[in-house]
Design a protein around this ligand. Structure first.
Ligand code: ZN
Length: 361
């Protein structure tokens, strides 16, 4: 039976969305207007994410393990992130540094957690050949001379939420390990992404104490859920000076609202204020490399390119006279969008190939 268009709640939501004011729509055409927009949009984003207005505790770092990985050393450190919570991070330090080196906050996406980007199999055994869709990009960065901090973010690996209360209720596709914590966070007025942005900020707090890291040359990098994390973290934390967003940068109406995705992607109320390409104005004029898979149906390449073009509008408007040549080159005109020949390593989620230079060296 044919369904009437007006029966469809998505049509209604589109109409409600179209009719909303969108107070964070980025329309600035001058640097002054862009800065005023940023002053308005930054607290809106932080409030929507939630949990970011609390005092940060001292990190109380505890080194638990050191492993020689040839050209770099990998450390496991546990940080205090809340009065009642701690978080493991992996720190990769290249050997032979002759001074503080550029550094990267490396953010994993869905899967078995941070081990998948620092050269470890899920069972904790060493891995020397990149595997999975992350391709051990934390290791690749360390091999290129970056000091890397990679946190185990909320809901993954050793920080999975307790699912015992939902045992047996799901059939078919297993529930993402994010769901319980995300639902709880939403009921408290925040989001899983808010918890994760906080995780990243605390990892940066720790990195800033490491003499090997030049915190003034800090980047953020992630793919898929890690790309989302890199996007929000860079928008929220001015200490991040450049970012690589892989497999995520696409307006939400054309990506996470068009297919079934983990609940951790959704930030309550945010689209009432603006779209992803609007809030990209909080990243500008810092360099941002957007990477997308040409055959990624979750984040369609045409919509990614459209969001990149919209996001690019913010860069010239916010560029300051002091912006260095690298930033100006990468920010001016259009955010670079690269496409990788896509080969699928899981259904519907083509692999994104090697990450490009982050502009920090
Ligand atoms: Zn998730």
């Amino acid at each position: 039976m044919e369904q009437r268009t007006e029966f469809d709640p998505l049509r209604l939501l589109d109409a409600l969305h179209a009719g909303a004011e969108h107070d964070c729509a980025f329309t600035a055409t001058s640097a002054e207007a862009a800065r005023a927009w940023q002053e308005h949009a930054a607290p809106v984003l932080a409030r929507s994410l939630g949990f970011l207005d609390r005092p940060a505790p001292p990190v109380e770092a505890e080194l638990e393990q050191t492993v020689d990985r040839g050209s770099y050393v990998r450390e496991r450190v546990v940080l205090r992130t809340w009065p009642d919570a701690t978080m493991p991070v992996w720190v990769l330090v290249p050997k032979g540094l002759d001074g503080p080196a550029p550094c990267v906050l490396a953010l994993h996406g869905h899967g078995y957690g941070v081990r998948d980007i620092v050269g470890l199999w899920e069972d904790g055994s060493e891995r020397w050949q990149p595997d999975g869709y992350h391709k051990d990009f934390g290791c690749a960065l360390a091999e290129r001379g970056f000091v890397v901090v990679a946190p185990e973010i909320s809901c993954f690996g050793e920080r999975r939420a307790d699912y015992s209360g939902l045992a047996g209720e799901f059939t078919g596709r297993a529930p993402d390990t994010c769901h319980n914590a995300t639902a709880y966070a939403i009921m408290l007025g925040g989001s899983a992404m808010g918890l994760r942005v906080w995780d990243g900020m605390r990892a940066i707090d720790y990195l800033a104490t490491r003499p090997e890291a030049d915190i003034a040359r800090l980047g953020a990098m992630g793919i898929s859920g890690g790309g989302a994390h890199a996007y929000f973290s860079t928008a929220c934390d001015a200490r991040i000076r450049a970012c690589v967003i892989s497999g995520y940068f696409c307006d939400w109406r054309h990506s996470i609202l068009t297919f079934h995705h983990c609940t951790c992607n959704y930030v309550p109320g945010l689209m009432a204020h603006g779209e992803l390409s609007d809030f990209a104005g909080l990243i500008a004029p810092r360099p941002c490399l957007i990477e997308a898979g040409r055959r990624d149906t979750d984040f369609p390449i045409a919509a990614v390119r459209a969001a990149g073009r919209r996001g690019a509008h913010s860069a010239p408007a916010t560029r300051s006279p002091s912006t260095n040549s690298t930033a100006a080159t990468r920010s001016a005109g259009e955010w670079p969008t690269t496409s990788s020949p896509a080969t699928s390593d899981r259904p519907r989620r083509p692999r994104r190939d090697a990450h490009a230079d982050s502009g920090l060296s």
